[in-house]
Ligand binder design. Structure first.
Ligand code: PMP
Length: 397
């Protein structure tokens, strides 16, 4: 089995794993890469004189080049390894904030951001005396581009928006959002946490200044993520964390910093996980990014149709351009009750606010049930979800 965990039985049922927006499962080749790393290669990179250190460094830097190709960055200097999207955004908000945010400035975020693309900006704004402006969205979950354009003024310093909403599934028009920001000479950060596993991403085609994502949502291990930053802008930012690896020379009087991208990678990175990310990219490329998108689009259409059979179902996020996420409620039942009953039938979904409380406030609901898809999701999984919902629906009234 390519994904060993999918053989798991839950309460004597086949596991139907529909919580892929939270994290994806790992193919055998990613698991093997981790195992091989710790069995044959483990050592600290960049500084050792010995064979293992040199080999691990080479493999680590090879993955940096692989990520560069995967998102079509201009240079591997633009690829910074982090722990995940959250750390990537904190890095940018903190460094950019220290360099460019001042009292009275404004940061634009969308109304459908994950908390990790809101709170780091709030922290940076608080330090600088700046404030957040929010792009509203329609009932369907589509950003209001006219309202977005109207938010810009001479105080706007940066825009932050997700590529795909983890709650609504909306695929945002990131290229257009970027063009609009750039027409005001304002840089833009795209939170790609929910995009990279589901579609081909080309940062040069989007034109964005920063693009952040997590390995664990794209078949790689937990503990590794990426912050892509355009070299011109990255080279203007102060370091985020201090420590080993990010310096050139240290004296007690003065420290000079290393060049890109090492300036932003203080301390020992998660080398094995980075190699695992490389294996995950290989796995995705072998499937074909376009076939993954086509497959998941088909599942989304199928699931949206099939779920209509469930009495009292209400969908949240019905934008015309969506990725494989379906958020819903059944009648007036609490999402947690639905999730718990589905779990008893072996079906793993997410319930709650999905770290997007402002979206829940926008609809006046406590949370949703969320089913989200990956390359290994099948129509059988969707059928199992629908059958289970039909079975539990009477218990929810
Ligand atoms: N942004 C979005 C859109 C997400 O879906 C998530 C994860 N749910 C994050 C950011 C945070 O990712 P991580 O927890 O891997 O740092």
């Amino acid at each position: 089995m390519e994904f060993p965990i999918l053989d798991t039985q839950v309460y004597n049922h086949r596991l139907v794993y529909l919580d892929n927006a939270a994290t994806t499962q790992k193919p055998q080749q990613v698991i093997d890469t981790l195992c091989q790393y710790y069995c044959t290669l483990n050592s600290n990179i960049h500084r050792g004189a010995h064979h293992l250190a040199a080999e691990a460094t080479e493999r680590y830097e090879e993955v940096r080049r692989k990520v560069q190709g995967f998102i079509n960055a201009r240079s591997s200097n633009e690829i910074v390894f982090t722990r995940g999207t959250t750390e990537s955004i904190n890095l940018v908000a903190s460094s950019f904030g220290r360099r460019f945010l001042h009292a009275g400035d404004e940061v634009i975020v969308s109304g459908m951001e994950h908390h990790s693309d809101i709170v780091p900006w709030q922290l940076a704004c608080e330090l600088a005396g700046a404030s957040l402006r929010v792009i509203p969205f329609s009932d369907e979950g589509v950003l209001d581009l006219e309202a977005y354009k109207a938010l810009f003024n001479e105080h706007t310093r940066i825009v932050a928006c997700n590529h795909v909403s983890n709650t609504l599934g909306t695929v945002n028009p990131v290229r257009e959002l970027t063009e609009i920001a750039h027409s005001h000479n304002v840089p833009i950060l795209i939170d790609g946490a929910q995009a990279v596993a589901h579609m081909a991403v080309d940062v040069q085609q989007i034109g964005c200044d920063f693009y952040c994502f997590s390995g664990h949502k794209m078949y790689a291990p937990m503990g590794v993520g990426v912050m892509y930053g355009r070299e011109e802008i990255l080279s203007q930012l102060p370091p985020y964390q201090g420590g080993g690896e990010m310096i050139k020379d240290v004296t007690f009087e003065r420290t000079t910093y290393n060049e890109l991208p090492f300036r932003f990678e203080a301390g020992t990175p998660s080398v094995g996980d980075v190699l695992g990310l490389g294996a995950a990219i290989d796995w995705m490329l072998a499937q074909g990014l376009d076939s993954i998108s086509v497959h998941e689009d088909d599942l989304l259409r199928y699931a949206t149709e099939q779920l209509q059979q469930v009495p009292g179902i209400r969908f949240f996020g019905t934008a015309p351009h969506k990725a494989g996420v379906i958020s819903f409620l059944v009648g007036h039942s609490h999402p947690y009750d639905v999730g718990t009953l589905l779990d008893k039938l072996g079906i793993a979904v997410r319930t709650g606010h999905h770290c997007t409380q402002p979206i829940m406030d926008r609809y006046g609901i406590p949370g949703t049930v969320r089913a989200s898809f990956a390359a290994y999701t099948t129509r059988d999984d969707i059928d199992a979800l629908v059958a289970a919902l039909l079975r539990i629906a009477p218990m929810l009234e």
